[in-house]
Design a protein around this ligand. Structure first.
Ligand code: ZN
Length: 198
């Protein structure tokens, strides 16, 4: 059995999305080819316009409709806290908690010597300038709990320590609703070392 050439192309394109394997890509492709042409064209139009209409904020690196994002435009009404994240989507995850009222800085990745990603590949030169210009008093490092996340957090700590600010990192611990039986040793050890007053 051989799929028509264009259907194969569609499946291959869909497989480029994270978490989409061959089976899911085939399901999506067959669903899409059942749509009316107008619906496919609308989808294609939105994808086509994305590079022009969605941009990285020149200040913080988050995603925006303009060269300056919503957060940077309203910097005067936000607290003098700066949350450092790896990717633009992390900004929106943290913002959706309604727990953070400061500003953001997107690194654009994490340090990874294995993949050849060094400090020069990250949005670091602007970080110190922004901290001074915005009178930032506290930096919150909100990076993954992985080898790369830990290495990047350590690097940031060393770089920012001379600036005399309060530096914190997101707490690590038990996922909500979890039972101790099911939590791995590493998570439990971190939860213990980062325990808080009750
Ligand atoms: Zn911004």
């Amino acid at each position: 059995m051989q799929y028509p050439t264009h259907l194969l192309k569609l499946i291959d394109v869909l497989k480029k999305l994270p978490g989409v394997g061959t089976k899911s890509a085939e399901r999506f492709a067959f669903e899409m080819v059942s749509w009316p042409a107008s619906k496919l064209e609308e989808m294609a139009h939105i994808i086509h316009k994305t590079p022009n209409l969605l941009q990285h904020c020149l200040e913080c690196g988050s995603l925006s409709d303009a060269t300056s994002c919503h957060f940077c435009q309203s910097s005067h009404s936000r607290l003098p806290l700066l949350c450092i994240v790896a990717m633009p989507r992390d900004v929106f995850s943290i913002e959706s908690t309604h727990e953070f009222k400061g500003l953001y800085h997107v690194l654009g990745g994490l340090l990874s010597p294995m993949q050849g990603i060094g400090p020069e590949a990250l949005n670091l030169p602007k970080l110190k300038k922004r901290i001074a210009a915005l009178n930032i008093g506290e930096v919150v490092i909100a990076l993954d709990s992985t080898l790369e996340g830990d290495a990047t957090a350590l690097y940031l700590k060393q770089e920012l320590e001379p600036l005399n600010l309060s530096i914190s990192r997101l707490a690590f611990g038990l996922p909500m609703g979890s039972s101790l039986d099911y939590v791995d040793g590493g998570t439990l050890a971190r939860a213990l070392s980062a325990r808080g007053k009750f």
